[in-house]
Write a protein that binds this ligand. Sequence first.
Ligand code: IMP
Ligand code: MG
Length: 203
Amino acid sequence: MSEIKQDELNSKTEINSNNSTNYNHDKVVIGNEVFVPMLKEEVLQERIRELGKQISNDYKNKVPVFIGVLNGAFLFLSDLIKNVNIDCEIDFFKLSSYGDEKISSGKVKLLKELNCDVNGRDILIVEDIVDSGLSIKFIEELILPHNPASMKVVSLLVKPNSLRYNVKIDYIGFDIPSKFVIGYGLDYAQKYRNLRSIYVLNE
Ligand code: IMP
Ligand code: MG
């Protein structure tokens, strides 16, 4: 790499005040908010390997359909199915609930429908994080009337103290405190999904 290009790269990765982000991974500074590592890449990947193994065992001789909830679950879904060693299919819902802020709007909008027929199929809903449970409740109500053979939920993260709806999460990566987190698919105003670890707002 030429020196000029290296300089350009450095200037993009430094913390500065004009809204760019420090990607050096010890902390992520966004304006005057500091996010610190909560679940590092290796810890996430190890747990995802375990979940993949467990699901492969539980669905032996079946062909489940993994339904990812966009946008947040895209990285988790892709790493999860790489650790699943049975035949499976994938599809996606796209929901919107958070708007561009850190607090849920309390409403869910369906932005993309499924393309598969869930009738008679074993469905695994894949979420990045369950907070109030509203999104999962909304999805259950969409899917159950179409008579799947079974429906289970897998979520990388759950905030147990934030649950407001009566939903069952069958496979949980990690229970976490009710704090705002970013990275590994999770966004803050649509950014930071590309971070490899999960970071928590340092309050
Ligand atoms: P729920 O419907 O209240 O359970 O919220 C679920 C959705 O809100 C998740 O799929 C995320 O997209 C988003 N969400 C919840 N908590 C966080 C967070 O801490 N950071 C980023 N997104 C979050
Ligand atoms: Mg989501």
